[in-house]
Design a protein around this ligand. Structure first.
Ligand code: RIB
Ligand code: CA
Length: 307
């Protein structure tokens, strides 16, 4: 029985790869895609989700437009990483299809109600949609949340904070306070999923979609080469999807996570009580390690299956 999921994303290069992995994996039933601002404006991330679905002939998958901005803070997008379109690099025509007219929250509520199995939410962007959904509809029918975001150690938007959490820390705290089964796939894990020349080669040999993914990674590498000196890019969001379809790739520890929402210096930091120094209640399965080789084997195999 495939796991029903909703991918809430801000494509974004790694979101696009996460979407392709979800589409290629029979272990998952992608009920639909909801979009958020983040890597770019929600108009652009929505268009990018549609472009990727069209590329692989999956226009049957509904795309519902979500939040245009954070709950209370000003909108900041990551054009410096993902480019003006949010999916710079490969040439991909603008979408010829539209998102559904139903707003994201209403569509998720309907999808959850109609699902015969509890639904797993896989957010790979800022958590504004998820927080607003939980506020409006509660946790009924939600199996768990497996999110890409946060970090035990250093951040990537500031020294202290990872982008998805930093973009809307208030939303992130709502998610960690939800008492749902939450898994945090943070930078500590996704920075182990940095592509190298061998993965790039294998993707290029995996077919036309593999070439597209390799071109996405080539562009995504520019920022990471300049910032970290890496000859590759971390496929952050695909690790979250991989964790749902292949338990065991990511090692997690059940710990307390709180989000800094006051300090300017460390705004958006996920404070993970790794060594249980406080009596704060553990509220998330926090990613601490990744079998990177197995992850890339899975990714290349599934991208190959897309043709
Ligand atoms: O910090 C990495 C996260 O921010 C990824 O989800 C990337 O797509 C951006 O949204
Ligand atoms: Ca993302």
């Amino acid at each position: 029985m495939p796991t029903p999921i909703v991918l809430d994303c801000d494509p974004g290069h790694d979101d696009a790869i996460a979407l392709l992995l979800a589409l290629a994996s029979p272990e998952l039933e992608l009920l639909g895609v909801t979009t958020t601002y983040g890597n770019q404006t929600v108009d652009k991330t929505t268009a990018n989700a549609l472009r990727v679905l069209e590329l692989v002939g999956r226009t049957d998958v509904p795309v519902a437009r979500g939040a245009p901005e954070p709950l209370v803070r000003p909108l900041v997008v990551a054009a410096h990483v993902h480019g003006e379109s949010g999916l710079d690099g490969p040439s991909l025509p603008p979408p010829s299809i539209e998102p559904i007219a139903t707003p994201a929250l209403d569509w998720v509520a309907g999808a959850v109600a109609a699902s015969t199995e509890p639904v797993t939410l896989v957010p790979t962007g800022p958590l504004t949609n998820v927080a607003r959904y939980l506020d409006a509809h509660g946790t009924a029918g939600i199996e768990r949340i497996v999110l890409m975001g946060g970090a035990i150690a250093e951040g990537n938007m500031t020294p202290a904070a990872e982008f998805n959490i930093w973009a809307d820390p208030e939303a992130a705290q709502i998610v960690f306070d939800s008492e749902l089964d939450v898994t945090m796939i943070g930078l500590d894990v996704t920075h182990k999923a940095v592509t190298g020349p061998d993965v790039q080669r294998r993707l290029r040999e995996a077919g036309s979609i593999g070439v597209f993914v390799a071109e996405l990674i080539e562009y995504f590498t520019v920022y990471h080469r300049q910032t970290y000196g890496w000859e590759g890019a971390p496929i952050h969001d695909a690790v979250a999807v991989a964790h749902v379809l292949r338990p065991g790739l990511v090692e997690t520890k059940l710990r307390n996570v709180e989000v800094e929402r006051v300090s300017e210096l460390s705004l958006g930091r996920t404070v993970v009580d790794v060594w249980r120094r406080t009596d704060r209640v553990p509220n998330a399965h926090v990613g601490v390690d990744l079998d990177a080789n197995a992850f890339f084997d899975l990714l290349v195999e599934r991208i190959h299956d897309l043709g």
